[in-house]
Design a protein around this ligand. Structure first.
Ligand SMILES: [Ca+2]
Ligand SMILES: [Ca+2]
Ligand SMILES: [Ca+2]
Length: 213
């Protein structure tokens, strides 16, 4: 399940009833509200606050490069080539555990970097700058939510629709979708890849599909 892990001890752990690892996890498990009562989480959750040493990449619980730590892999059979919007259902209870990276095959493309829970900022009405149109989700969420947004390299969340999480499939057939740790403590229930840019999942989202269907 996990690949090369660099200097990180975090791995994606399967969390379900009777299978809760006894490692540091500030917000505890959330399998009861996961869509199939099971999910994965990058643990231990060492980085729980934006501390004085919190420059990107220096904390043991933050890997800013796609594929740099704790990689999940999924075989996905794509019927069509083209761009696919990525949606991921994450449980978000703090700003230091709400991001991941998306990759395909051996690539960690720009539009898969720093997928992070962001929400509309009601105090800002200008998506083109001057204020934070989206802001990072935080303790007020404390729930599973569908995320398509991405974080800018050093500040805030992208507002532009064409900067949302996406992978490009070069040709139909089976490809390897990868998810790697950015912030530890990230909890992942389900992801969706869709060519319909207007699609917006709600609730637990669609039923899981397997490679053989
Ligand atoms: Ca947790
Ligand atoms: Ca974050
Ligand atoms: Ca964390």
């Amino acid at each position: 399940m996990s690949g090369s892990n660099g200097d990180f001890k975090q791995t994606w752990r399967v969390i379900k009833a009777g299978n809760v690892p006894k490692v540091r996890d500030k917000d505890g498990p959330h399998f009861n509200s996961a869509s199939a009562k099971v999910y994965v989480e990058a643990l231990p959750d060492e980085k729980q606050a934006h501390g004085p040493n919190g420059r990107d990449g220096e904390k043991p619980g933050l890997m800013d490069n796609g594929g740099g730590a704790a990689i999940l892999t999924y075989e996905v059979d794509f019927l069509n080539a083209g761009d696919y919007r990525f949606w991921v259902r994450m449980f978000i209870s703090d700003t230091e555990s709400n991001s991941l990276h998306l990759g395909i095959n051996d690539d960690w493309p720009t539009l898969g970097e720093r997928v992070e829970g962001c929400q509309r900022n009601p105090e800002c009405n200008n998506p083109n700058g001057g204020c934070k149109y989206y802001k990072q989700t935080g303790p007020i969420n404390n729930a599973w939510m569908w995320v398509k947004t991405r974080r800018e390299p050093h500040n805030g969340c992208f507002a532009q629709e064409n900067m949302m999480a996406m992978v490009t499939v070069e040709n139909p057939g089976v490809h390897i979708i990868k998810i790697s740790m950015r912030e530890d403590g990230a909890e992942l229930d389900k992801f969706i890849l869709t060519q319909d840019l207007d699609y917006k999942p709600t609730g637990e989202g669609p039923e899981e599909t397997s490679l053989t269907e």
